[in-house]
Design a protein around this ligand. Sequence first.
Ligand code: NDP
Length: 397
Amino acid sequence: MGKILIIGAGGVGTVVAHKVAQNSDVFTEIMLASRTKSKCDAIAQAIGGNKIQTAKVDADDVEDLKRLFNSFKPELVINVALPYQDLTIMDACLACGVNYLDTANYEPKDEAKYEYGWQWAYQDRFKEAGLTAILGCGFDPGVTSVFTAYAAKHHFDEIHYLDIVDCNAGDHGKAFATNFNPEINIREVTQKGKYWENGEWIETEPHEIHKPLNYPNIGPKESYVIYHEELESLVKNFPTLKRARFWMTFGQEYLTHLRVIQNIGMARIDPVIYNGVEIVPIQFLKAVLPDPGELGENYTGETSIGCRIKGVKDGKERTYYVYNNCSHEAAYKETGAQGVSYTTGVPATIGAIMFMKGLWRKPGVYNVEEFNPDPFMEQLNKQGLPWHELFDIDLEM
Ligand code: NDP
């Protein structure tokens, strides 16, 4: 149905390339481009069958992106590079008439700040150009937002309380490693906590609110309230929400490492001079930590991510829990990448399928919960991320 360009050849890019190649009825031509072409070539070779063309691109450079877009002429670009590249890729899309999809909101390199404002500002330009931009189409953000939209559409008249719960009960056997890009991951989990309550944002110290929550097939895991980007669009798109929070599990070992990294200044994002050369500590740290893309081989256990929702249906209070569990081993067997990359790359591919089939296509810039959740939910079951529902249970909240 259409030509697709994937930008970024990390863990998530690996999964997107595999899943896009599996859906050859939808994607007629596939190109994988990234900063390091050899990584694209290795992924294309692992998939085989000459299904994927590769290219080198510097996604920080709009002119370089335009050159690639004009030569390959994709209908849609899936951006699974880093959040720093969102705006340059959106600019190139506008210049060349290409539609856009990503999995993480824009972040400036010199400030750990997560907000959709920068990308929502492209709304009029995408609308006028007749182009669609789909924002935040990974698992969280992404599937969690679609889960919320599905719940609101089918199971509630009004949703009042939303708790997104993200558990990684996997074991990669390393003393310390992050499951996706270390720089982005450490910036995210070391920031202050924030949640929505009664029409305002409540800020907390990092990891201040925590308690054990029970995850299906896993059991109790200590879970911490952190700020996560989908809260911003969800409270805007579901104004009946009285409270919206995001919980993530962390092991004690992980938190201790994180504290040490912060205390010794290795999480700093401002440059320091070392031996006459400017280096950014967190970027240097990334260079010595395990590559998240290489964690898959010995990764055991599973992830469990879902939404716990309380609201009203037909005048009665009701609770609802919708979730997916994903096995790291099964993800690795299928794509050569671990579960966190898998749970991000599969939804990005499904979003692209929704676009190509014309199901999620409207000029402008949209978060995923603004589209019809039903065909996306159907594809989750078909593409490797089956979901389950529980009704009228104790949500532990
Ligand atoms: P990786 O660091 O493994 O991969 C990023 C890739 O982007 C690398 O191939 C890298 O190239 C490439 N890249 C970086 N800068 C540029 C540039 N200027 N030009 C071209 N290519 C570039 O990250 P992940 O695969 O783990 O994550 C990818 C994205 O997915 C991130 O934005 C992350 O925030 C998001 N994510 C979203 C989740 C969700 O659920 N919504 C969950 C997990 C991740 P090189 O190989 O040369 O370094």
